[in-house]
Write a protein that binds this ligand. Structure first.
Ligand code: AQP
Length: 392
């Protein structure tokens, strides 16, 4: 194997501050004489193609995939249960994080709101620490392979399996006037999202566990018929209580961004005074002790949030608020939450004003994701007996 080093002077012209080094290696063998990979090290985020190029370093790494629907302003449930964990994987894994707009339309969306929230979700991803140079960040509908593979997987997913999904049951009740086929087949689209990239690990909140199980079942079924086509993914669900943050208005229900009761959710972008006010109004119980116990779902939920934000254990929290009432505790949770979200909000405000930058990130992410997705999709098409697509 010969190793060649290239200095890319063209890129240096684009940005004087940019140090760009290409390392390519040519594998000399009887069958293969071509570039196989290259390594790009850059120092500055402004370079538009960064998302696409940087991740080529990670070609041989295991894959992480996750996504969030732009179906509302993200909540601290989305943040603590999922997004906050995303950046942890960036160094060790090849990471794909999508903005799941195709999933969002299973519930009727106002088109202008959906468009705006797609940008907002992207800006929030980055503000929460996802570096577009180290992760493939993209919008699901920009990569048609998701919808294409979803249709194929629909044909390998059983009606009975889909009928058992609790999210389908919950959302059908909530949207009784619009129980559409997409809501029902949501899990095969999610399976397609994950399986397209040969994903090993899927960081999600506890509520998505059942969808991960069906994804695994679909992959195993497909592999059983056609050989090892898909990697069978594992969920990554945080063991901490933040894996399921509950509604502040009804602590027996999950906190959801589409909840119409504004007091039920704390949004990542809520102003400090709003955050504190919502925590002050959180439903608890008639007791006064800050302690985890039976019938104290509201307090357990607040303790979970406080624990996730401060890294304190439940016994530590109980000691800290020994002799104090719920009022002091709620205020402390509200302040801890507002403090944690302040830097995210500041970065978000900067990013959302730069539409051009966000569109560059979207374009680079879609290009990288589409390229990788195509590989799996071509393999699937061949396996099931579709003919080669003609060029047109
Ligand atoms: N309350 C929660 N606690 C912990 N994790 C949560 N997640 C959502 N709510 C909580 C995690 O956030 C990720 C993105 O979720 P999603 O937007 O794809 O769908 P969802 O789970 O249906 O989230 P919402 O907020 O409840 O959306 P709507 O109201 O539109 O249905 C997932 O990893 C999820 O586990």
């Amino acid at each position: 194997m010969n190793i060649y080093l290239y200095h890319n002077t063209k890129a240096e012209k684009c940005n004087k501050r940019l140090t760009l080094i290409w390392i390519g290696y040519i594998i000399k063998s009887r069958t293969l004489r071509r570039f196989e990979a290259f390594l790009w090290i850059d120092r500055f985020r402004e370079f538009p193609e960064a998302g696409t190029e940087y991740i080529n370093m990670y070609q041989d790494k295991k894959v992480v995939f996750s996504g969030v629907q732009p179906s509302g302003v993200l909540t601290i449930g989305n943040y603590l249960g999922a997004i906050r964990n995303f950046p942890k994987f960036s160094e060790e894994y090849r990471c794909y994080y999508c903005i799941a707009d195709e999933h969002a339309i299973t519930v009727r969306q106002n088109p202008a709101d959906l468009r705006r929230r797609t940008y907002e979700t992207l800006a929030l991803y980055i503000a929460c620490g996802l570096d577009p140079r180290k992760n493939v960040i993209y919008v699901q509908s920009h990569v048609p392979a998701h919808a294409e593979l979803a249709w194929i997987l629909d044909c390998y997913t059983m009606f009975g399996e889909l009928s058992r999904m609790t999210q389908f049951k919950d959302k059908s009740k909530k949207n009784a006037e619009n129980v559409n086929a997409g809501l029902f087949t949501y899990p095969s689209l999610m399976a397609a999202d994950i399986l397209l990239y040969q994903t090993e690990l899927v960081p999600v909140g506890d509520d998505q566990k059942q969808h991960l199980e069906i994804t695994r079942d679909i992959a195993v079924r497909f592999n059983g018929i056609y050989g090892d086509v898909f990697v069978v993914p594992e969920p990554f669900i945080s063991r901490t209580p933040s894996a399921r943050i509950m509604s502040l208005a009804d602590p027996k229900r999950k906190m959801s961004k589409s909840d119409e009761n504004e007091n039920a959710t704390v949004r990542i972008l809520d102003p400090r005074d709003v955050i504190i006010r919502k925590f002050k109004r959180a439903v608890t119980d008639s007791d006064t002790l800050v302690r985890a116990g039976e019938g104290k779902d509201g307090i357990i939920n607040l303790m979970s949030i406080y624990s996730a934000l401060t890294d304190k254990s439940f016994p530590e929290i109980e000691r800290e608020f020994d002799g104090k009432g719920y009022g002091d505790f709620k205020l402390a949770v509200g302040e801890a939450c507002a403090d944690a979200l302040a830097p995210v909000q500041e970065e978000y405000t900067r990013l959302i004003a730069d539409k051009k930058y966000l569109e560059d990130v979207m374009a680079a992410g879609a290009a990288a994701a589409a390229k990788d997705a195509r590989k799996t999709l071509s393999k699937v098409r061949r396996k099931i007996g579709f003919t080669d697509q003609p060029r047109y």
